[in-house]
Every structure is written in C-alpha cells, then in structure tokens.
Design a protein around this ligand. Structure first.
Ligand code: SF4
Ligand code: SF4
Ligand code: SF4
Length: 410
C-alpha cells in the first residue's frame, strides 16, 4: 500500500468509529428491548453517517459537501418522512415534554436522549451538521456563507423559544386536561409535528433571506440547542488545528457557517471548543494548508470565540521562507552590481575610487545612465538596497546560526 492510500485509510478512522458506536447501540437496544426496530433504526443511522463521513474524507475538496448533504437527506429525510409522517412518531421538542409528563418512553424521548443529550458527549453537534431535517432544507438556500453574527448576544432568543414551548405544554397539560391526547402514534402527535415543522421551516427560511444567512435559525432561534450546547461542551470529537501548519490566512473563519474563530483556537493551541460548532468540517476542507482535522480528546469547553458582522478577518502577511532567501540573494547581487559600476559624474579620482574599476571611463558610459547618476537615482537605490540587505542578512545569518546550533546540540 503506498503512502497516499495509507493517508486516505487514516481519514476513515473517525467515520468507522462513529458507525461502530451506532451499531453497538443498535445491538444493545435490540437485545435489551426484544424489538427489531432499534436494530434497524440505529443501524441505518450509523451506516448513513459512516457512508457520509467516509465520502467526505475520501472525495476531492470540491465534492466533499456531497457526503454531508447526502447524509442529511438519508437521516433527516428518513426520520421526517418514515418515522414522522408515515408512523406518526412526533420528535418535536413539545412532544418530548408531553412524553415526560405522561411517563411515555418511545421514539421522541429516545431520539432526544441519544441525538441531543448523551450523543453530543461523544460526537458534539454531529446531529446539527449531518442529520437534522430542518437544516437539510435550510442548507439548500442561497446564503451558505455567513458574514458574521448580529452584534450583541441574540442567542438568548433560543432560551425564550425553549421556555415558550415548555410553558405551552404545561398550560395544556395542567389547564386543559391534555393527558388524553398523549399516547404513542396519536393523531394529535402527527398534527403537532406537521404544525411544528411547518413553523420551523417558515421561520428558518424567512430568517435566512432577511439576514442573508442559511444558519440564522440555528444561531438565534432553535430551542433544541439548549440541550445540545449543554452536553457538546464535553464532546470527545472536535476540530483540532496544527499551529505549525497554520499561516493565519483566516480562510477557516470566513468559511465557517457558524462564525467560529477557528484561527484563534489554533493560535491558542486549543481544539475548537465553541458549543456552536456543528462538526460540519467546512473549515477542514477550506484550509489551504491542511492544518485542521477531526480529533478525539477530552477538554471541558472554553470561550465561544464568535465573529460578529462587520469584523474583518485579515489575511496575515507572511513571507514564504524560500521567497525570503531568493529576495535576499537578488538584493545582494544587485547591490554588488551597483557597487561595481563607475561614477560617471565624477571627474576626480576621489569619487571614482569607490568603484572597483581603476580608471573612471565616464566618457564611455551612455548619456541616460549619466543623467540618472547625476540625479542621484543610483545613490538612492544603493542606499535602499543597503538598508534592505543589512537586516535581511543579520536575520538570515542568525537563523542559520540558530539552526546549526540546534542541529549540533539535539
Ligand atoms: S440548531 Fe436546530 S435547526 Fe439547526 S441544525 Fe441544530 S437542531 Fe437543526
Ligand atoms: S468550526 Fe469548522 S466544523 Fe465547526 S461549524 Fe465551523 S466550519 Fe463547521
Ligand atoms: S484556514 Fe488553515 S491556515 Fe488558514 S487560518 Fe485557518 S487553520 Fe490556519
């Protein structure tokens, strides 16, 4: 196996681990419940994630998003159409609250516990980036690139939404004797699901067009993030940057649909600890130096580090080392050349003595050259190159010296 194939194989480790985890869950659910449904459902979700993440890893950069969007449709579409519409299995947040009050287990509660409460401890907000049926549609809208968040902490709206949903459920339960409507696969549940999803799509699509940002609903309004943001803080799977490879070009920040300051995390030597990260890997694909990757580890979360609208992420200018040495050599050669030329304006031996040419054959030099020389152009150029070369050489020689010492002492 050549090194290129080995590299591709390494990239398939994370998809493999995710798929394996879901299949373990599927088998445990099947064995403990005695029903075949958990095996089919979690096996299907794990396989879809494995295929999508695997495709993402294997496909060329321009086609990587195909893997993610395919998984969004495979999982989100199946949950919405087959589980939701065809089996009347409501997985909206309000139905979860009803299920808890009614003491029901069932699909909604299981789905929330796995995808939105305990799952994020392992895989972060993988649900958001790869499986959510709301994002499945929002991702198709024409504003995938965000220009930053609205200034101010507008994320509080999601907590208001969460409180309104919970309040509505409590009022109906205790004030209007809603208990009779809450049972598995009830028609009421189906109506709630259709109404809830229609509202989410309407608000999500409107916000995307008004704010020119496909993920506006996710950033400010979605109540499910209240669960997700709490546990994904401890996620084992996160994005990790390599400080050595990063040239601080800022591309990852400009491309992140959730406005996370990925570059700052890399500079600080941290993984991406923001609870807003949906593990979509857009930053990984966008990085021109392959400085970002998915990694498993343990950290307790940290600052959100989000970019606001109007903040410009500048590309930090860094001269490539090779270009730097080429420039130094060119300046050196040009400098020597200028030194070697005679001074035509000088008729006196003292001026000519700066030249390495013994006699000063000013008469043999062309008149434009003489003119420029008299105007002081060459003196100016000589001063410039001396000014440029001296720091270049001092830096360059100290670099060589430091390298030599390091090589000799290590
Ligand atoms: S934030 Fe909400 S709408 Fe957005 S992807 Fe996550 S669960 Fe879906
Ligand atoms: S940091 Fe990277 S993986 Fe996380 S949301 Fe931004 S682009 Fe996606
Ligand atoms: S895109 Fe890559 S090189 Fe550029 S700032 Fe981000 S991590 Fe660094």
């Amino acid at each position: 196996m050549n090194s290129k194939n080995q590299f591709a194989f390494k990239k398939l480790i994370v998809p493999g681990i995710v798929m394996l985890a879901f299949w373990i869950l599927a088998i445990v659910g099947w064995q403990s419940s005695g029903y075949i449904q958990p095996l089919i459902l979690f096996g299907y979700i794990g396989t879809s994630l494995g295929i999508g993440l695997g495709l993402y890893a294997a496909l060329p950069k321009k086609k990587k998003q195909v893997g993610r969007k395919l998984t969004l449709f495979l999982i989100g579409g199946a949950l919405l159409v087959f589980m939701g519409l065809l089996q009347s299995e409501n997985m909206q947040i309000e139905w979860v609250f009803f299920s808890i009050l009614a003491g029901l287990g069932g699909g909604a509660l299981t789905h929330y516990l796995i995808a939105k409460v305990f799952g994020p401890l392992l895989f972060g907000r993988l649900w958001c980036g790869w499986a959510c049926w709301t994002l499945m549609i929002l991702d198709l809208l024409p504003h995938p690139k965000s220009k930053g968040r609205i200034p101010g902490n507008w994320g509080w709206l999601r907590y208001v939404h969460f409180a309104l949903s919970l309040g509505l459920v409590l009022v109906l339960w205790f004030g209007f004797d809603y208990q009779d409507h809450i049972y598995f696969n009830s028609v009421t549940g189906l109506y709630w699901m259709i109404a809830g999803n229609t509202l989410y799509y309407l608000v999500g699509i409107s916000l995307a067009f008004i704010l020119k940002d496909n993920r506006a609903f996710c950033k400010y309004v979605c109540p499910i993030t209240v669960f997700l943001k709490t546990t994904c803080r401890f996620a084992l799977l996160k994005i990790e940057g390599d400080r050595e490879k990063c040239t601080e070009c800022g591309t990852c920040v400009r491309m992140c649909p959730m406005d996370i300051r990925v570059m700052d995390c890399t500079r600080d030597g941290q993984r991406v600890l923001s609870t807003e990260c949906t593990v979509c890997q857009t930053c990984v694909t966008a990085c021109p130096n392959d400085a970002l990757k998915l990694s498993f580890g343990f950290d307790l979360g940290g600052k959100e580090l989000l970019r606001e609208k109007g903040e410009v992420v500048r590309k930090k200018w860094r001269m490539n080392q090779t270009i730097y040495y080429v420039v130094v050599v060119i300046l050196f050669v040009v400098g020597l050349g200028l030194l070697a030329l005679p001074d035509p304006s000088s008729e006196t031996p003292s001026r000519c003595s700066r030249s390495r040419i013994p006699a000063c054959p000013s008469s043999s030099l062309s008149s434009p050259y003489r003119k420029l020389r008299r105007m002081g152009v060459f003196d100016f150029l000589f001063a410039c190159q001396s000014f440029l070369i001296s720091p270049c050489f001092s830096v360059s020689f100290s670099g060589y010296a430091a390298n030599s010492v390091a090589v000799l002492t290590v």
